[in-house]
Design a protein around this ligand. Structure first.
Ligand SMILES: Cc1cc2nc3c(=O)[nH]c(=O)nc-3n(C[C@H](O)[C@H](O)[C@H](O)COP(=O)(O)O)c2cc1C
Length: 143
């Protein structure tokens, strides 16, 4: 059974909804899902997983949430070898500007050794179509 960790930051709940949809897709493929807010996550949650998804809102045009998520992800630099080529999906929400935050985030994860196979950025709340897309991404992560 594949182990999937889904680590996210959410305050208003938009990302949390996406994280649950992603978990639904991965569980549907028979994976064991470890779903955690980044405040409760540890490095072990990353190291033990076969594949991962990270979810976070934009905090400005170039950055995701910076008090908890960015420091957590920065630690992963030191575990580059253990995470080499692990499949990873990034999902995000933004309020008014998509801009470049997603590309910068993806580049960071690639530089930490992850194999980023998918990404989705949603404006505020999820639409029905985006809901199916994120469930499918959860499945893809496990396949
Ligand atoms: C402090 C703060 C700064 C934000 N800055 C931006 C921004 O620069 N650009 C943007 O598109 N959205 C911005 N947003 C909006 C969030 O990305 C968006 O509301 C997101 O859906 C929140 O996710 P959540 O409901 O899971 O907490 C900001 C939100 C907060 C709370």
């Amino acid at each position: 059974m594949k182990k999937v960790s889904i680590i996210y930051w959410s305050c208003g709940g938009n990302i949390e909804i996406l994280a649950n949809k992603m978990a639904e897709g991965a569980r549907g493929q028979g994976a064991k899902v470890n779903l955690k807010h980044v405040a409760d996550a540890t490095i072990e949650d990353v190291l033990e997983a076969d594949c991962l998804a990270f979810g976070c809102p934009a905090a400005n045009a170039t950055k995701i949430e910076e008090e908890e998520m960015i420091p957590f992800l920065q630690q992963l630099e030191s575990y580059k070898d253990q995470n080499q080529n692990k499949k990873c999906i990034l999902f995000a929400t933004y309020g008014w500007i998509e801009n470049s935050f997603m590309k910068i985030w993806k580049d960071q994860m690639l530089s930490h050794g992850f194999n980023v196979i998918g990404e989705l950025a949603v404006k505020d709340s999820i639409t029905n179509k985006q809901s199916s897309m994120i469930v499918d991404l959860g499945k893809e992560l496990v396949e």
